[in-house]
Design a protein around this ligand. Structure first.
Ligand code: ZN
Length: 274
């Protein structure tokens, strides 16, 4: 497997580790594709009972990697070629590459845990939210600054489900960070642990879950997910995605098809948020 994501199965646990610490685990198309393959491998491997998603480096994930290497503009990054691909191209790309990934991970039959340290920005949330449990280091923080970029939140609208309507609105309106402690208070995070204990705590929790019968775990996950599904989450997520794409369409219309506006703003924002 590609080294942007590490994959190892040990003691019935699939350890999936984001491995682009030099860019704060920003997600390029390759990373997302390999990550998705890891989730699929874990689902298909009968020896795996629990999936533990973690990240190397100081930060969990800085979101989508919007840097466009010159030699890649014609292929995987074609989605950013607004001028030629337009709104439809953007919509279809993000549906299949961003939104469907998160939905697929959320619907993976096996229990999953995200271990989050440092920054978890924008699309970083789309890696953590689909997991069944989230363990945060005490230095973790979560933010979605996409309203600043003219878009109503990331592609996967977990905000309202995870934080409740009022806090979700505050997060979106202000782009302020939500601390690990606040996320814990609101129920978005299961546990907060000291940074130096994050990996061991998460692995131990995964180990305890792995002691259970796999079929029982799969059914336990399903009963909770189906309850949320009956509450309308799948349709709400699709609606959230469509509104997200409306934001892109507005950006495209405003910039008359120029890609630079959005990518430059994101780069500026990254600089500010360190
Ligand atoms: Zn988008």
């Amino acid at each position: 497997m590609n080294e942007t994501v590490l994959y190892e199965v040990r003691d019935s646990i699939a350890f999936i580790t984001l491995n682009r610490p030099e860019v704060h685990n920003a997600q390029n198309p390759e990373l997302l594709e390999v990550l998705d393959q890891c989730w699929t491998s874990a689902a298909q491997d009968e020896s795996v009972k629990v999936i533990l998603l973690q990240a190397n480096g100081r930060n969990f994930s800085a979101g989508h990697d919007l840097a466009v290497p010159e030699d890649r503009k014609s292929d995987v990054f074609a989605n950013f070629d607004y001028k030629n691909r337009g709104v439809a191209g953007q919509y279809l790309w993000e549906q299949s590459h961003y939104f469907e990934y998160s939905r697929r991970w959320r619907n993976n039959p096996k229990p999953s845990i995200a271990a989050v340290q440092g920054a978890c920005i924008a699309a970083g949330l789309m890696l953590a939210w689909p997991c069944d449990l989230i363990i945060a280091a005490d230095n973790a923080w979560f933010s979605d600054p996409t309203v600043v970029m003219g878009i109503a939140g990331v592609e996967y609208h977990g905000h309202t489900w995870e934080l409740g309507p009022r806090k979700a609105k505050q997060m979106l309106f202000t782009a302020d960070k939500v601390s690990a402690a606040e996320a814990h208070r609101l129920g978005m995070v299961n546990e907060v642990v000291p940074l130096e204990e994050l990996a061991a705590f998460s692995a131990a929790l995964a180990g305890r879950i792995a002691e259970r019968d796999l079929f029982s775990l799969v059914m336990a996950k399903r009963v909770v997910n189906q309850t949320v599904d009956i509450m309308g989450q799948p349709a709400a997520l699709q609606s959230g995605f469509d509104l997200h794409e409306m934001g892109h369409a507005q950006c495209i219309a405003r910039s008359a098809g120029e890609t630079a506006v959005l990518t430059r703003d994101v780069a500026e924002l990254r600089k500010k948020s360190g």
